[in-house]
Every structure is written in structure tokens, then in C-alpha cells.
Design a protein around this ligand. Structure first.
Ligand SMILES: [Zn+2]
Length: 136
């Protein structure tokens, strides 16, 4: 699966300049089952915003069915464990296959955090504290 993961990450053009983020994705995706990974690969487009830009366009191959876009802003000072948790948590939202609605309250957030924990990325106090300090 490792080479399939690397191929998928290389296909995500907005990640090209961010080696740390590519490595975080490769780590997190390695914790998924083959079935979960295939869902991500077929469903998800990842958009990392380039620091200092106000807008950007990335070209991707056409998709035939429903898909999700993961938008990420990763500050330069984000620690490795926080980055891994953010990627794992957002993949939890991808697994939900729909957008938040008011009646969900924090349920979808808790669900995404549980998914991250289940694949090996628990939200530690250090991660919580960093996110609060950065108001992320
Ligand atoms: Zn969330």
C-alpha cells in the first residue's frame, strides 16, 4: 500500500512544496485499512494554501462522481504531532461523506476526533493547547 499512498500524495499538486505535510499524510494514511485508503484516494482532493498568497488555483483530473476537498492552512511553526492529528481528524470528516448541519452540533467534530484516535492519533493535551494558542 505504501507505494499507492506515495503515488496518491504525489498526485495532490498543492502539496508539492510541503515535504513535512506530505510526510504527515503518508504517515497517517499508512494507519488506514486498504478499504479506507481507497475511499480517500477516490474521493478526496487536498488543497494546501501556500503561505503568503491571497488566492490560488490548482488543476486536477476530472472526477465522475461526488468528491470532497480538504483545505489546509499549515503555519510554518506547526509541530509534527499537531500536523499528524490535524490530517487524521480531517480524514475523519472525509469519512463522514457530508457537510456539517446545525442539528449536528459538535457530534461530527467528536466523531472526527474519535476516528483520529482510532487510527493512532489521539488529541493530547499538548495538541489541544497548541491549537487553542493558535486559535486554530
Ligand atoms: Zn473538525
Amino acid at each position: 500500500m505504501k507505494s499507492e499512498i506515495i503515488k496518491y500524495i504525489e498526485s495532490q499538486k498543492s502539496l508539492h512544496l510541503y515535504k513535512n505535510l506530505q510526510n504527515a499524510f503518508i504517515d497517517v494514511l499508512s494507519h488506514l485499512t486498504q478499504e479506507q485508503f481507497e475511499k480517500i484516494r477516490n474521493y478526496l482532493i487536498i488543497m494546501a494554501f501556500h503561505q503568503g498568497t491571497v488566492g490560488q488555483v490548482m488543476h486536477f483530473d476530472a472526477r465522475k462522481s461526488k468528491f470532497a476537498v480538504m483545505q489546509l492552512y499549515i503555519p510554518n511553526n506547526m509541530p509534527k504531532d499537531v500536523m499528524g492529528w490535524v490530517v487524521a481528524h480531517e480524514l475523519g470528516h472525509v469519512m463522514q461523506e457530508r457537510n456539517w448541519k446545525e442539528s449536528d452540533g459538535i457530534n461530527l467534530e467528536d466523531d472526527a476526533t474519535k476516528f483520529a484516535e482510532k487510527i493512532g492519533y489521539p488529541k493530547t493535551k499538548k495538541i489541544s493547547d497548541w491549537l487553542v494558542a493558535e486559535k486554530a
